[in-house]
Design a protein around this ligand. Structure first.
Ligand code: KG4
Ligand code: ZN
Length: 346
């Protein structure tokens, strides 16, 4: 995503965001937590594709190569220098430790050298704040469905920066299931976009993959059962025609979407919230967006989904969450460390 220089405008707070928690090296400048001045994302998809998943060692090495050019590009696109921003916000966790450390070191160096405040950001809060960069920003209270390659969780948020965990996955994250199923169908990495594409020509009702735990009242998600039944189906079938692969992709995707939408609707109806934020890499999925939009109409809640480019990992969302945290007084010292298992709910 390139930067854009609009007409002169006033702003209160300008934040440089840095993200390196997983396999995207990203930097962005955001004004007032709402307006993206520049946003640069360097994807490592091509590096991890041969392995069908993220290789942490390769990820951190690539972050090291990319972090300086990506930050410089974000500043150049914005027509700014570090001294033009009011603070540097960086993802502290959760994520891969070697990856997180690269962004954290860069942010600390910039904060120290340019005497800017350093603001630590939770990556999952970043995903939630992507929705505040969209035209129709949500108002509290809302329920947030965060679905990514590493996380699948529902949060209830009554007030800014306050989260209660409603449910999470008992096993795999939804994005992880997409990636694993794509790998066993030989479709490549990352799995989400390629499964969605294959599914377009398939029949979502062709194969019934069991929805584990859908019948019990437990609010938690589970994707390993679906993944295992796809694996068994593929093994039993031997070689699959392209049409059959499309059917498997469509049927798998339909099962995941049904699980995500079903649990989200249940969670919303149990709260007073009538707004839902759908975010994280898997929120880029067209059928999921459509199914949750239909559920919103049916059950009378308002759905907020950031544009696709803001659903997958980026630094504009980190700058947006960093703005809220900055205004609430969050500051880190140069002792700040990456926290790979940082959680969002208190
Ligand atoms: O949020 P994200 O960019 O990184 C993490 O924080 O994990 O999410 C990446 C995940 C991957 O598992 C990828 O397969 C999935 O998001 N994803 C999708 C789609 N685009 C990306 N899943 C389903 N449909 C998509 N269109
Ligand atoms: Zn993410």
């Amino acid at each position: 995503m390139g930067g854009h220089l609009g007409a002169p405008h006033s702003y209160q707070l300008r934040i440089l965001g840095i993200e390196s928690s997983c396999d995207e090296t990203a930097a962005a400048v955001v004004e007032d937590g709402r307006r993206i001045v520049s946003s640069v994302v360097a994807s490592q998809d091509a590096i991890h594709a041969p392995y069908g998943g993220i290789v942490p060692e390769l990820a951190s090495r690539r972050h090291l190569e990319m972090i300086v050019p990506v930050v410089e590009q974000a500043l150049a696109d914005a027509g700014m220098r570090v001294s033009d921003v009011d603070a540097v916000a960086v993802t502290q966790g959760p994520g891969l430790v070697g990856s997180l450390l690269v962004g954290c070191s860069m942010a600390k160096a910039l904060a120290y050298a340019h005497r800017r405040p350093l603001v630590p950001v939770n990556h999952l809060e970043g995903h939630v704040y992507a929705s505040f960069l969209a035209d129709d920003a949500p108002t509290h209270p809302f329920v947030a469905l965060v679905v990514s390659g590493g996380h699948t969780a529902l949060y209830h948020t009554d007030a800014p920066l306050s989260y209660t965990l409603v449910s999470e996955t008992r096993d795999d994250a939804a994005g992880e299931a997409f990636d694993k199923v794509a790998k066993l169908l030989g479709l490549g990495f990352p799995g989400g976009p390629v499964i969605q594409r294959m599914a377009e020509t398939g029949d979502p009702a062709a194969i019934s993959f069991p929805l584990a735990h859908m019948t019990d009242q437990a609010p938690d998600f589970s994707f390993s059962g679906i993944k295992t039944s796809v694996s068994l189906f593929v093994k039993r079938a031997g070689t699959l025609s392209d049409e059959r692969v499309a059917d498997v992709a469509a049927s798998f995707q339909a099962a995941v979407v049904k699980m995500l939408v079903g649990k989200t609707v249940k969670a919303v109806l149990r709260t007073s919230a009538r707004r839902v934020v759908l975010t994280g890499g898997v929120a880029a999925n067209g059928p999921l967006r459509a199914a949750l939009a239909a559920a919103a109409t049916e059950h009378g809640f308002v759905l907020h989904v950031p544009p696709r480019i803001l659903c997958t990992d980026n630094a504009a969302m980190i700058a947006a969450a960093g703005t809220a945290r900055f205004l609430a007084g969050a500051r880190a010292t140069l002792e700040m460390n990456a926290i790979p298992d940082l959680s969002l709910a208190a």
